[in-house]
Design a protein around this ligand. Structure first.
Ligand code: PGA
Length: 256
């Protein structure tokens, strides 16, 4: 983490867990645990229907609310979809795009991820753009090339000005929800490579300023070592973000 040039971000991804009525007790417990002042930006990405409850409960807690997906379309006949405008209107400041579960279960490709990131930027929402290789790709030594492709595709047509509002999350698919974390060296190697790709696309300064998160079984125990890496600026946390004490411990680990 290099705090001189970029901000540290700890974002929770609740996936399809919790309920709106469970948010208040969760936030009360979290508030007890969080350090004062906050050492980093804290975000909780919930199902869209829970965002208003999160904003109400997170107001005096300095926790920002985010979504987990968005439509690439602006508006119209897309039953079941939620637009960037609708997310912005209820106060979402962040939104995950291209999570591997969306890519896997909903067949989202890199072009769609790019369109969704652009739709969010248009409405002033920070996209948390997820990239990550499968175990097979890692074993075939394709990781760096594959991630470079994903990053280039996701950022296609995004201006340097807009890039300042983007966050990249490196989430190796084999580490998500498996309890199998990438080693700090493995995670650093890829996050450094991501910054290299951004440097080639936008130049040194914008690359230096982009926050790159690691995600995949990050927890209270392994967070400090991962966050100590020079190119890892925070975390995207699944399972551990559902437990107030664990999530707060990860937030505290940014303060090193
Ligand atoms: P995990 O999930 O922390 O439970 O591995 C991370 C994610 O999917 O964003």
């Amino acid at each position: 983490m290099n705090r001189k040039y970029r901000k540290a971000v700890i974002a929770g991804n609740w996936k399809m867990n919790q309920t709106a009525s469970g948010i208040r007790p969760f936030m009360d417990a979290l508030k007890e645990e969080l350090p004062q002042p906050r050492p980093c930006e804290i975000v909780l990405c919930t199902p869209a229907v829970m965002i208003p409850a999160m904003i109400r409960a997170g107001k005096d807690c300095k926790v920002a609310a985010g979504g987990q997906d968005v439509s690439k379309y602006e508006k119209g006949a897309y039953t079941g979809e939620i637009s960037a405008d609708q997310l912005a209107d209820i106060g979402a400041k962040y939104c995950i795009v291209g999570h591997s579960e969306r890519r896997q279960y909903h067949h989202e490709d890199d072009m769609l991820v790019n369109a969704k990131a652009k739709a969010l930027l248009e409405k002033g929402i920070t996209p948390i753009i997820c990239v990550g290789e499968s175990l097979e790709q890692r074993e075939m030594d394709l990781t760096i090339e594959y991630i470079a492709y994903q990053v280039k595709a996701a950022l296609y047509g995004i201006s340097a000005q807009q890039l300042r509002r983007c966050i990249i999350a490196y989430e190796p698919i084999w580490a998500i929800g498996t309890g199998r974390t990438a080693t700090a060296e493995q995670a650093q190697e890829v996050c450094e490579a991501i910054r290299g790709v951004i440097r080639k696309m936008y130049g040194a300064r914008p690359a230096r300023a982009v926050s790159i998160l690691y995600g995949g079984s990050m927890n209270a125990k392994n967070a400090a070592e991962l966050l100590a890496q020079p190119d890892i600026d925070g975390g995207l946390i699944g399972g551990a973000s559902l437990k107030p004490a664990d999530f707060a411990a990860i937030v505290k680990a940014t303060n090193q």
